[in-house]
Design a protein around this ligand. Structure first.
Ligand code: ATP
Ligand code: MG
Length: 256
């Protein structure tokens, strides 16, 4: 058992049919309450690492522990553990024809009584958590609206509210700002930061916009072909370091 929110040792993973490893991490610790940005060129392994921490990667080698619980490479996470980790997907993964409130309520499925929630019956605790989460992300007035009538920024807020309704201790977000204008992107980053801070949750957010994300995190972890090539505070992430991280992929990061 480990006290860290994330503890990886000699971790390696390769997708079936791939000749190269997608993750190779000798050691990584993220302490409870830390707010971390995960960067690296396309294909570096960011989504794969987030999937691993969400308990959705079978067949990895080495040790991986999340919130003090060892992940089993051969099994899915037990239901009772699953809701402690929240995942905000890049593509939102919302139910388009349902209302905002119903989508956020879906975040309670893991916490609610199994048979009751299958029948659409949630308890007062679930409804309270949903109202709180919608209030926290500023979408209370959209509660009755259908998700397919919302803008990208509003949809991202719904996705975050659904995740918060789950009451996670570890908040994973895979490129949550990739489809948003810079002003909306900053509002979403501030929201993720503040919601994690308020709940004492750990935040790990992947992004291709390191300069935009820097004010909202305490630490950057950069991956290159599945390996950690930088791990440090935002102020240590100099332009030449950043250029090095993206160089081999032929990418130029956005200007400071
Ligand atoms: N389902 C999959 N099956 C096989 N290979 C995969 C699968 N998903 C990802 N990969 C490979 O694993 C490596 C890491 O991919 P991953 O999606 O984790 O990168 P990423 O850093 O999230 O990239 P991006 O910035 O484009 O989202 C890549 O080489 C990719 O081609
Ligand atoms: Mg990805």
């Amino acid at each position: 058992m480990s006290g860290s929110a994330v503890a990886l040792d000699n971790l390696s993973f390769r997708y079936k049919g791939e000749d190269r490893g997608s993750l190779a991490i000798a050691q990584l610790r993220i302490e409870a309450g830390e707010k971390v940005a995960l960067i690296g060129a396309s294909g570096a392994g960011k989504s794969t690492l987030l999937r691993l921490l969400d308990g959705r990667l079978r067949g990895f080698r080495g040790q991986a522990s999340v919130l003090g619980r060892a992940l089993d490479p051969a099994r899915s996470l037990p239901r009772a553990w699953r809701c402690d980790t929240g995942f905000v997907f890049q593509e939102f993964a919302l139910v388009e024809q349902e209302s905002v409130r119903q989508n956020v309520l879906n975040g309670r499925l893991g916490r609610a009584q199994p048979w009751g929630s299958l029948l659409g019956r949630f308890g007062q605790d679930d409804h309270d958590a949903v109202e709180r989460a919608m209030g926290d992300v500023g979408i209370a007035e959209l509660a009755g609206k259908r998700v397919d009538r919302l803008s990208g920024g509003q949809r991202q807020r719904v996705a975050i509210a659904r995740c918060l309704a789950q009451d996670p201790a570890l908040l994973l977000a895979d490129e949550p700002i990739s489809n948003l204008d810079p002003v909306t992107a900053q509002a979403i980053l501030a929201l993720l930061h503040d919601c994690a801070a308020r709940r004492g949750a750990t935040l790990l957010v992947s992004s291709h916009q390191p300069r935009l994300i820097a004010p909202y995190v305490d630490r950057f972890i950069a991956l290159d072909r599945g390996r950690v090539v930088f791990d440090g505070p935002p102020e240590a992430l100099r332009d030449d370091t950043l250029a090095g991280i993206y160089e081999e992929a032929g990418l130029v990061p956005e200007p400071a």
